[in-house]
Design a protein around this ligand. Structure first.
Ligand code: NAD
Length: 258
C-alpha cells in the first residue's frame, strides 16, 4: 500500500528529519514528533516550501501522558496513519558498567526502548484501522553486530531490545497486514553528538585498529542521514510489500570489521 500518512519520531534532526523530507517528497503527509521544537519547525517549513504537507508535535517519547496527548493531536490532524518511522533516540552516557548510574541507565532505556514501545502501543491501532501499514524502527549496528564501542553497554542493550521487539511484532502484526522492519545504521553524520556523554571510556577500551578507515565502502567516511532515509523510504514503500521482520544494515560494511 502507498505511504499516505507517515509519523516520524525524532523528526527534528538527523535520520528522522531526512526520512520526513524524503517521505514528504514521495507524496506522504508527514507528522513529526520530537522533544525539541526548533528542528521540527525548520523541517516542516522545508517540506512546505517543496510543496509537501507536514505538521509537528512537541513530546517526550518516553512520557506516557505526552505521547497520549500527541496521538490525540494526530487524530485531529489526519484521519489515518499508514507509516511509522521510530527514530527518536539518544546515545546517552557511555561509561563502564560499574560507573554508569541507575539514573543514566534508565534515561537511555526510557527514551530508546520505552519511547519505541509507547509509539507502537499508540500508533498500531491507527495502522490497523487504515487496513495495514509499515513500521520501521531505527536501531543500530551497536547491539546487533558491533560490541566494541567502548562504554556503550546501555545503548547497545537498548538497541538490541528494539531489534527483538521489531522481530516479535513482525509476526504479531502480520495478520493486521502491518510490516515491521529494523534499520541498523553505522556511523552517520547527525546531531546525536549533543546527546552523547563519554566518561572513563578509556578504562574499557579494546585495542582495535582500522589503518584504512573503518567504513570499507567509503574509505572511512561515515553515512549521511539521507543514506539511511533511502532505506527507510524503501521499507515504507509498496516495493517492500513482502518484507517484514527484516534487518537492514546501512553501514558501508563498518560492522563487518568491528
Ligand atoms: P539526532 O540527535 O540527530 O536525532 C534524534 C532526534 O531524537 C533529535 O531530534 C532529538 O531531539 C530527538 N529526541 C531525543 N530524545 C527525545 C525524546 N525523549 N523525545 C522525543 N524526541 C527525542 O540523532 P540521529 O543520529 O538522527 O538518531 C536517530 C536514531 O538513529 C537514534 O535512535 C540513534 O540511536 C540511531 N542511530 C544513529 C547513528 C548515528 O551514527 N548517528 C548510528 C546508529 C543508530
Amino acid at each position: 500500500m502507498a505511504c499516505k500518512v507517515a509519523l516520524v519520531t525524532g523528526g527534528g534532526s538527523g535520520i528522522g528529519a531526512a526520512a520526513a523530507r524524503l517521505l514528504a517528497a514521495r507524496g506522504a503527509k508527514v507528522g513529526l514528533i520530537d522533544i525539541v521544537e526548533a528542528g521540527m519547525t525548520a523541517v516542516c517549513a522545508e517540506i512546505a516550501a517543496a510543496g509537501g504537507e507536514a505538521f509537528s508535535i512537541v513530546a517526550d517519547v518516553s512520557d506516557e501522558a505526552q505521547m497520549r496527548a500527541a496521538f490525540e493531536r494526530i487524530a485531529t490532524e489526519t484521519e489515518r496513519l499508514d507509516t511509522l518511522v521510530l527514530a527518536a533516540g539518544i546515545n546517552g552516557v557511555w561509561a563502564p558498567i560499574d560507573d554508569i548510574t541507575p539514573a543514566e541507565w534508565d534515561r537511555t532505556m526510557n527514551i530508546n526502548l520505552r519511547g519505541t514501545y509507547l509509539a507502537l502501543h499508540l500508533g498500531v491501532p491507527m495502522l490497523r484501522a487504515a487496513g495495514g501499514g509499515a513500521i520501521t524502527i531505527i536501531a543500530s549496528v551497536n547491539g546487533q553486530r558491533t560490541f566494541s564501542t567502548t562504554g556503550a553497554s546501555c545503548y547497545s542493550a537498548s538497541k538490541a531490545a528494539q531489534l527483538a521487539l521489531a522481530t516479535q511484532l513482525a509476526l504479531e502484526l502480520a495478520k493486521s497486514r502491518i510490516r515491521v522492519n529494523t534499520i541498523c545504521p553505522g556511523s552517520t553524520v547527525t546531531g546525536i553528538g549533543i546527546n552523547t556523554f563519554r566518561r572513563n571510556t578509556d578504562a574499557t577500551r579494546i585495542p582495535v585498529q582500522f589503518p584504512e578507515g573503518d567504513v570499507p565502502i567509503t574509505g572511512g567516511k561515515p553515512a549521511s542521514a539521507s543514506d539511511i532515509a533511502d532505506g527507510i523510504a524503501f521499507l515504507s514503500s509498496p516495493e517492500a510489500r513482502h518484507i517484514t521482520g527484516a534487518v537492514l544494515n546501512i553501514d558501508g560494511g563498518q560492522s563487518l570489521i568491528r
